[in-house]
Design a protein around this ligand. Structure first.
Ligand code: ZN
Length: 312
């Protein structure tokens, strides 16, 4: 089975031609300055045609289009339900009509983190497990759940996909979702610069030489022994670990898969979260496995095949 797949992110849209577990070709489009999804869709179609030409394929070689979108999506009706300050025109867009008109193919759209979990479940770290939580630590925090082999979606299409907005601190920092103390507000790429700025002693620390601190710089400076960097890094680890415990209590997984840009430091993050989960999660049946994602940036593309194959 072949599919056209696109993983639309905040800064890049990764377009690919997928055949079963393999990505035949892919290309990323810079969408950092795009606020409307309507302006991005023609560029995606253009890249699909270019990639197909490169492989001597045409749209009729493909079963359909799978779209991963960074917002609340109801895959059953093929609509974006709600966005969070990016592509705010998406709820009015008929993606299925675009798929038919631009490429002559049927289309399914799903939340990007759910699609990544489908990919890891189909051909990555969660293969062989029916009960899985996936956390993606990056600009935001994706947290999604699969129970008994099925993605959790729920009545309003928001079940099990808001793991980054589980509060870990009831009187914490304000979040972009309108909540307070969400995991994402306490330890993610977008919230980190503010956390560093407010942290006591950070202006005298080696973190002060960066105009904008990302996790790469934070983990490096912590490794060099900078006190503030170490304290903030450890605080982030605790936020992620607390979020993981909450996800275990909510969804009863056998395995937690952790992905995202921060996983360059998987050697620190995985053992920390795992030992915290083993110590603090109530799992009388045994121990939840914690492991790194295998498909990295292409997980959502690989999720195209199970998404298009799913009976809804
Ligand atoms: Zn939130």
């Amino acid at each position: 089975m072949k599919a056209l797949a696109v993983d639309i992110g905040g800064t890049h849209a990764n377009c690919g031609l997928v055949e079963n577990e393999d990505i035949l070709a892919h290309e990323s489009i810079d969408v950092a300055s795009s606020t409307d999804i309507r302006a991005v869709l023609p560029r995606i179609a253009e890249v699909f045609y270019k990639l197909m030409k490169g492989q001597s394929l045409s749209p009729d070689s493909f079963q359909g289009i799978a779209v991963g979108f960074p917002g609340l999506v109801d895959a059953r009706i093929g609509r974006v339900v709600s966005t969070n300050k990016k592509y705010d025109d998406a709820p009015e867009v008929d993606f299925c009509a675009w798929g038919r008109e631009a490429l002559g193919l049927s289309l399914r759209i799903e939340n990007d983190a759910r699609m990544a979990l489908l990919g890891e479940s189909y051909a990555g770290a969660a293969r062989g497990f029916g009960d899985v939580v996936m956390m993606t630590l990056g600009t935001g925090i994706g947290g999604v759940a699969m129970i008994e082999g099925k993605l959790l979606r729920g009545k309003h299409a928001q079940a099990g996909c808001l793991g980054g907005h589980i509060p870990v601190l009831f009187n914490g920092r304000p979040c972009t979702c309108g909540g307070i103390g969400c995991a994402e507000a306490e330890a993610s790429g977008w919230s980190l610069p503010g956390i560093v700025k407010d942290f006591p002693g950070s202006s005298e620390s080696s973190l002060s030489k960066y105009s904008q601190v990302g996790f790469k710089q934070l983990f490096e400076e912590a490794q060099y022994g900078d006190k503030a960097a170490l304290a903030i890094r450890n605080r982030c680890l605790n936020v992620w670990a607390a979020d993981a415990v909450a996800m275990v209590h909510a969804y009863d997984p056998e395995v937690i898969v952790i992905g995202g840009g921060v996983m360059e430091s998987a050697n620190i993050i995985i053992p920390y979260v795992e030992s915290h989960v083993h110590k603090y999660a109530w799992t009388p049946w045994g121990k939840v496995r914690v492991c790194p994602a295998q498909l990295t940036n292409n997980a959502a593309l690989v999720g195209a095949i199970p998404l298009l194959s799913e009976k809804m």
